[in-house]
Design a protein around this ligand. Structure first.
Ligand SMILES: Cc1ncc(C[n+]2csc(CCOP(=O)(O)OP(=O)(O)O)c2C)c(N)n1
Ligand code: SF4
Ligand SMILES: [Mg+2]
Length: 390
């Protein structure tokens, strides 16, 4: 039995990016963190960055456990201190790509001061914030993002504090990349993380996520699937949205998209500029002059481009997975050709007799397409009897 589990773990497509020896993970069924980790691992693979030069830092909380499951160098640090630790890692070795993956309580509550200053400095970090509107790990207390009127263990009659909109906060602080998705938008999450991994400066990606055990249950919002349905029904895609309009009311609309992407010197570039002025062109950081570091950076970028091109070539060579859009597109080509030749044959035979043409048309195989989910079918699916948990 144990050998089978071992084989299963080793055969997992995520075996290179996640520590399979640590599975099963601690997250509850329906929790959004698992799918976010999957998106993150996929983004790392796709980005082409060298995984040996990647460091993941998490604080404390359910999301804080991410650092323990990734197959990269990682640090599970103290509550609210993920950003200063990550900043230290980046300053000690600027060649590293440093990702902070933590909860909104950790990042915007106890660690709020670090968050705003890292954004203000345009510190070269990628911050992935799992926002489940609650302190999941410690029993469901109110957090800086809990929507007004939502019930928490510390606000049993409903939250009366005004919540942060994290994209607005980050925008005001000067973050140079800001995106928000929900855990239902796994492909967009992957894409945003991939973009952030390949850019410089402070990137902030918020992922709204269900905590069925503490937030949903206490607020009588059903299970994780019900919440994904809520995300589907209530998400409004608005790239470039004014971040002042990204507040989230209790079970209200959720504006998602990439809100900010701009360039300005990073903290380390600002340090360089200042020191060159003082010391001159001989100025060295970590024993390397600026042109030396720039040359190394360029070489690394070229390596990344080669890896990405190789991955793309591999993907192009692979037959598309059945049931995907790509497969349908590929299948549509011969069908279109078939249709054209059938038309030609029909036109040819029309010249001689009308009947066989009709027969050919009637026998032509009907194109099978999966029925699209409509509002009606969704409602029907929702009202279908649910499995009860024991
Ligand atoms: C200094 C300190 N204060 C408080 C705690 C208790 N504590 C652990 S996790 C946590 C909240 C985590 O919430 P969040 O960051 O939103 O993560 P989630 O569990 O929701 O993923 C708190 C208050 C602690 N570990 N250390
Ligand atoms: S308590 Fe909530 S946040 Fe923590 S693992 Fe469970 S569902 Fe996820
Ligand atoms: Mg939380």
């Amino acid at each position: 039995m144990s050998t089978d589990i071992g084989k299963f773990k080793a055969g997992s497509p995520m075996a290179s990016t996640l520590r399979m020896d640590r599975m099963p993970h601690i997250w509850c069924p329906g929790c959004g963190i698992g799918s976010e980790v999957n998106s993150f691992a996929e983004a790392v693979k796709r980005s082409g960055i060298d995984p040996r030069k990647l460091v993941v830092v998490s604080g404390i909380g359910c999301t804080g456990r991410v650092a323990g499951y990734v197959n990269f160098d990682s640090i599970h640090t103290t509550h609210g201190r993920a950003i200063p630790v990550a900043t230290g890692v980046k300053l000690a070795n600027p060649e590293l790509t440093v990702v902070v993956f933590s909860g909104e309580g950790d990042l915007a509550g106890i660690g709020g001061n670090h968050l705003i200053h890292a954004a203000r400095r345009n510190m070269d970090l990628i911050v992935i914030c799992n926002n489940n509107f609650t302190y999941g790990m410690t029993g469901g207390q109110v957090t800086p993002t809990t929507p007004g009127s939502a019930v928490a263990s510390t606000t049993p009659y409903g939250n009366y504090e005004y919540p942060f909109s994290l994209p607005f906060l980050m925008d005001a602080c000067g973050a140079t990349y800001i995106a928000r998705w929900t855990s239902m938008h796994s492909r967009n999450v992957t894409q945003s993380i991939e973009e952030a991994l390949l850019r410089k400066g402070f990137s902030f990606i918020e992922i709204i996520s269900p905590c069925p055990t503490l937030y949903l249950r206490r607020n009588r919002l059903g299970d994780g699937v019900d919440q994904l349905q809520n995300y589907q029904d209530n998400s409004i895609l608005k790239h470039g949205a004014d971040t002042r309009e990204t507040n989230i009311d209790f079970q209200g609309k959720i504006v998602v998209g990439k809100f900010v992407e701009k360039n300005k010197p990073t903290y380390l570039e600002a340090v360089d500029k200042c020191c060159v002025k003082l010391v001159g062109d001989d100025y060295q950081l970590y024993g390397k002059t600026i042109p030396e570091r720039e040359a190394e950076e360029k070489a690394e970028k070229e390596k990344i481009a080669v890896r990405r091109a190789a991955m793309q070539a591999e993907a192009d060579a692979e037959p598309p997975k059945a049931g995907t859009k790509a497969a349908a597109k590929k299948a549509a080509v011969p069908k279109a050709a078939k249709k054209a030749s059938a038309k030609k044959a029909a036109a040819q035979s029309k010249k001689t007799s009308a009947k066989p043409v009709k027969k050919v048309a009637a026998k032509a195989p009907a194109r099978k397409t999966a029925p699209k989910a409509t509002a009606k079918t969704r409602v029907a699916a929702k009202s279908a009897p649910k499995k009860t948990r024991k």
